[in-house]
Design a protein around this ligand. Structure first.
Ligand code: GLV
Ligand code: MN
Ligand code: MN
Length: 424
């Protein structure tokens, strides 16, 4: 099927009234996305694997001996092939080529962030088949779970669990806004919460990972580009605790209002970001009890900070934290700060990146400030990214967009890259 034939199948799933998407992990919309993926895998005769961590992989099995390419299968012995990038890394055992992305969304997110990579991967397989291309290596399409961290707070949770980048105990205890734990949420879907965690058997099979993604800014001025790096980024949580009280009867001097240091902290985030050439965002806040005529007892607020280098991120967060503490002191409020996740700078595998650029006849190379499962996997396997142009430059919002012609070009580019990587 062409990209255009595939894309509408997923479009209505999880779309909210304002046009944005709410595809949160382990909700009905997420189940529908997974069912759609399973159906497309079956339609293509791909072998669907469900790993221990909630991630899905559909494998194109072309080997004569029925090796599914799935985690746990024995790797093929040296077959006399010319050593290349994949063999160099794993001595011939790490021979699978993995592509894919994620299907979950941020609250009221766009249609393309994640799904574009999954749909393009399936379209690329169809293009390869139409052209009579048969991979000589296992080729997998992955759907990573909870990439956005929109429900449980830690981005790229599925790939972090798989690679050991998060402690399984911590993951089990992550809670959504209603207090449901990750352990309970996955148990309800039939997973064993005790079995989550690093999956070296899976990673040991993967020779390289290529994630196609919509570009999330306006930098890319060609249909398709190749990723060079991901800015270091992280999430921090401020807990401002004061004294809930009456809005009419409590004199200003008697108040311990956590909203005041919170407000100062929001402004400090902007100031610090400007000072250190970073970006800082406070886009989520939870006020308790959230009443018009009550001084809040608690304000919980999240900070997202990113910059081209780790030092700038750390300096930005330290400056914001200092202001938060000072302002909390002025208002008799307690403040706690915790780091919920951090991803260091990612420089994608240079040989793989160059190989993609060459395969695509000299595509532009660009870094990104957005986080991706590719960034998590890159610490373990050679990893690269393809970006598809976004004319609005908007992402994590309903206006996120890519032209159909650019989406087609993305699927073509991915097919060319997978053909190059998986067919030699
Ligand atoms: C994910 O898209 C992120 O960059 O937060
Ligand atoms: Mn995103
Ligand atoms: Mn994404």
């Amino acid at each position: 099927m062409s990209f255009e034939d595939l894309w509408p199948g997923l479009l209505p799933v999880g779309r909210a009234r304002g046009g944005g998407y709410r595809r949160f992990s382990w909700t009905e919309a997420d189940r529908e996305c997974r069912a759609w993926f399973a159906q497309e895998a079956v339609r293509r005769g791909l072998t669907l694997e469900r790993d221990r961590n909630g991630n899905l992989v559909a494998w194109w099995d072309t080997s004569a001996d029925g090796d599914s390419g799935a985690p746990g299968d024995e790797g093929r012995a040296d077959d006399g092939r010319r050593p290349d990038l994949l063999d160099d890394v794993g001595g011939g055992r790490r021979d699978a080529v993995l592509t894919g992305s994620h299907l979950d969304s941020v609250p009221d997110g766009g249609a393309y962030d994640g799904p574009l990579g999954v749909v393009s991967a399936l379209a690329a397989i169809d293009l390869m088949r139409e052209r009579g291309v048969t991979p000589s290596r296992p080729l997998g399409v992955a759907v990573f779970t909870e990439e956005e961290g929109a429900r449980f707070g830690v981005a790229c949770l599925g790939s972090r669990l798989m690679t050991g980048a998060i402690d399984p105990d911590r993951a089990r205890g992550l809670r959504d806004g209603d207090g449901v734990s990750w352990a309970d949420a996955i148990a309800a879907e039939g997973y064993d919460p005790g079995a989550i965690g690093p999956d070296p058997a899976f990673l040991g099979r993967v020779g390289c990972f290529v994630e196609l993604h919509v570009e999330q800014g306006r930098v890319l001025d060609a249909p398709v580009g190749v990723g060079s790096a991901i800015w270091p980024h992280g999430r921090w949580r401020f807990d401002f605790t004061g004294q809930g009280n009456h809005a009419g009867t409590t004199l200003l001097g008697d108040r311990r209002d956590p909203m005041l240091p919170f407000a100062r902290t929001v402004l400090a985030a902007r100031e610090a970001a400007e000072r250190y050439d970073a970006v800082a965002t406070m886009g989520k806040v939870r006020v308790t009890p959230n009443g018009v005529n009550a001084i809040p007892s608690e304000v919980r607020a999240w900070l997202d900070t990113r910059a081209p280098d780790d030092a700038a991120v750390r300096a930005t967060v330290a400056a914001i934290a200092a202001v938060a503490e000072e302002a909390a002191g002025w208002h008799g409020v307690d403040v706690g700060l915790s780091e919920e996740s951090y991803t260091e700078v990612v420089d994608f595998h240079v040989d793989l990146r160059d190989r993609l650029v060459k395969t695509l006849g000299g595509a532009p190379v660009l870094p990104t400030g957005a986080g991706h499962d590719a960034g998590i996997l890159s610490a373990h396997v050679p990893t690269a990214m393809l970006f598809v142009r976004n004319p609005t430059g908007v992402s994590h919002a309903p206006e996120e967009y890519a032209e159909p012609a650019d989406c087609r070009a993305g699927a073509e580019a991915l097919a060319a890259v997978l053909t190059d990587l998986a067919c030699r």
